[in-house]
Write a protein that binds this ligand. Structure first.
Ligand code: ADP
Length: 624
């Protein structure tokens, strides 16, 4: 995962979590406060309904008092003068705008009964209303107390087929109970009034929990509609016992949601039943939903804002890192002119500047190294040219010298003193010729002019030549020369003269760096898998320091002090121009092979020895 995503993903996730939590918290706070407002409104509406009933009661009692204390009414009631009673009561009813008036005598017989009809006219039904059987009337009659407190109840008037709220008051005559007066107001009047004052819909329940009236469906609330809103007796009891505590409850009606709260309905000492106030839930739901949507919108917009800002910040942070990565990749690919291009002063800017400074240093060093390399290459070229020129220039006088030395040697046959001199001269010129030949070989190798001329070559016979060349050394230095596997080697397709030179130099070195009495072993074997021939020249000599092992194949490289070298090419630690191994490597590479050395180290006491390995392809390639 790229660093950009590593930075942005947790940031996005956090933003999302914060936004969702924010929306949740804010909307729940809003809906809680709306819910609280609804509950308060329900409480308020409930209080209004209770107050309305109290007001209604006061007006009933006032009216009933006027009726009860109307002069002559109690007397007419006592005397059973129904006509007189009606003559007094009827004008009172219309004057006081009483909707239902009933006067009951002490014996519990209804002596006067009148109702106001919907059209405003008063009507005296010929049949008794049956109101005298009401418990509140019976209890007043039973108490037989003219001063008894008024009673009230919600009653269904079977004659009018309407519910009424009745208040009952004792009628007094000479400090005695003469009867009871009942003043009633129909629900048709009460219900709209309750609704208009409480600003809520209302349901009234009787004492069994049955819904008896509601404003919910206007006037069209029929029996079944009401039944749907009735509550069980248990529920009713709970409401009554809650002592005015509102129990909120939600319901759906004609695809609109409402919240409902019930309270007991109590006026004076009488429990009339219970009522419920109802408010539409749109009050909570709609504003809640609207505000939730608003908050979601707000938080989404804020989230996008945060993401955009975050993206911008991450770009500011990460782009310099990307620039650093791209610059380092370009530099690794070799473009040292590349710079990061970051110019900020923060930590990344410091890092980028340091990186640029490092690259500039590197570029400068590389340039210097390249220059030094060029100088070295030029010097090497000059050295090679010198070797070439020197070798060529030395060759002609050397031929002359050896010719004359030969002549001198012939003439000095009978003069022993002169013969010693001529022998010395001969040996010297041969040695010089060898050195000059080596110089010529190395200049050919340097100028890539050494060409192998492959032919069928027998390593066994080449080795015989080498062994013979050093015959004097074996005897003189008491060295053992051992060969293994050479005679079994197949013919190899290679340049026999070059192979001779190769073995000549390796064996000569082995002789030079092995003390008298040592052993030089030459092994040969075919490495089938690689189609190669392996030749190893191992000695029991002084060995080679590990740190010199990779350098001795360079021309003129010699370990130790040149001055300390003894003269003579096969003497122990005999001197040499330092070209042998460079020529050996040139020859091996001209055949497409490899050469290397292994030695535990240099030690003239313990004589760890050295082993030179040569690998030549069986079919030597012609390498230019
Ligand atoms: P030189 O003319 O000095 O022998 P070479 O190129 O043949 O030059 O060898 C380079 C150096 O490698 C020698 O000076 C010597 O120190 C080391 N060297 C080569 N062969 C051996 C060997 N068999 N044992 C120890 N040292 C060796």
């Amino acid at each position: 995962m790229s660093i950009r995503f590593k930075v942005i993903l947790p940031y996005l996730l956090l933003t999302l979590i914060v936004a969702v939590t924010g929306v949740y918290v804010v909307t729940s706070l809003v809906s809680n406060s709306l819910q609280e407002r609804l509950t308060n409104q329900l409480l308020e509406a409930g209080r209004m309904v209770s107050d309305d009933f109290a007001r209604q009661e006061i007006s009933h009692i006032e009216t009933a008092r006027i009726v009860a204390y109307t002069t002559g009414l109690a007397e007419a009631l006592e005397a059973g003068d129904r006509a007189g009673l009606a003559g007094l009561a009827q004008p009172l009813a219309s004057g006081l705008d009483i909707e239902s008036l009933s006067v009951i005598d002490r014996q519990g017989v209804e002596s006067f009964y009148l109702v106001k009809l919907a059209d405003g006219n008063y009507f005296v039904p010929g049949v008794p209303s049956g109101l005298e059987a009401m418990p509140i009337v019976q209890s007043l009659l039973l108490a037989d107390n003219a001063q008894a407190a008024p009673r009230r109840a919600l009653v269904y008037n079977a004659v009018i087929k309407k519910y009424y709220y009745y208040s009952a008051l004792p009628i007094e005559l000479n400090n005695r109970l003469a009867g009871v007066v009942l003043v009633g107001t129909s629900f048709d009047t009460i219900m709209p009034y309750l609704k208009s004052t409480s600003l809520a819909d209302v349901i009234l329940y009787d004492e069994s929990g049955r819904a008896i009236a509601t404003t919910l469906a206007g006037q069209s609330a029929d029996e079944s509609f009401l039944t749907a809103f009735s509550i069980s007796e248990d529920e009713y009891r709970q409401v009554v016992e809650s002592k005015g505590n509102i129990a909120g409850e939600n319901f759906e009606l004609e695809s609109r949601w409402y919240s409902l709260a019930r309270s007991p309905l109590q006026v004076g000492g009488d429990r009339l039943g219970a009522f419920a106030v109802i408010l539409p839930l749109d009050f909570v739901l709609q504003p809640g939903a609207v505000s939730r949507n608003n908050y979601i919108l707000l938080f989404t917009a804020a989230m996008f804002g945060v993401i955009v800002i975050g993206y911008g910040i991450s770009r500011l942070l990460i782009n310099p890192i990307y620039a650093l990565v791209r610059a380092s990749q370009a530099i690794t690919a070799g473009d040292l002119t590349r710079r990061t291009g970051v110019n900020s002063s923060d930590e990344i800017g410091v890092l980028a500047n340091t990186f640029d400074a490092m690259t500039a240093n590197l570029q400068q060093r590389t340039l210097e190294l390249e220059r030094a390399n060029q100088t070295l290459a030029q010097m090497d070229k000059t050295k090679s040219s010198f070797i070439q020129v020197a070798a060529h220039e030395l060759r002609t006088p050397l031929t002359l010298l050896s010719g004359y030395t030969q002549l001198l040697d012939n003439k000095a046959k009978n003069n022993p003193d002169l013969q010693t001199i001529s022998k010395g001269l001969l040996e010297g010129s041969v040695r010089m010729q060898e050195v000059v030949n080596s110089m010529l070989d190395i200049s050919r190798i340097d100028s890539k002019m050494l060409k192998a001329l492959p032919d069928k070559a027998s390593l066994a016979s080449i080795l015989q030549r080498v062994e013979k060349t050093f015959q004097a050394a074996w005897d003189e230095r008491k060295l053992k020369f051992v060969t293994t596997g050479i005679s079994e080697l197949p013919l190899i397709y290679a340049d026999p003269d070059l192979l001779y030179k190769l073995l000549y130099h390796l064996v000569m070195n082995a002789i030079k760096y092995t003390p008298d009495g040592g052993t030089i072993t030459l092994r040969g074997e075919v490495i089938e898998d690689d189609h190669e021939i392996s030749l190893t020249v191992e000695d029991t000599g002084i060995g080679i320091d590990l740190e010199h092992q990779h350098l001795i194949f360079e021309k003129f490289y010699q370990t130790g002090e040149v001055q300390l070298h003894s003269s003579g090419r096969t003497k122990f630690k005999g001197g040499g121009p330092g070209l042998g191994l460079a020529i050996a490597r040139g020859i091996v590479e001209a055949h497409g092979g490899r050469i290397w050395v292994e030695s535990p180290g240099y030690n003239e006491e313990t004589l760890p020895g050295s082993c030179f390995y040569v690998r030549l392809p069986l079919e030597a390639k012609r390498v230019a």
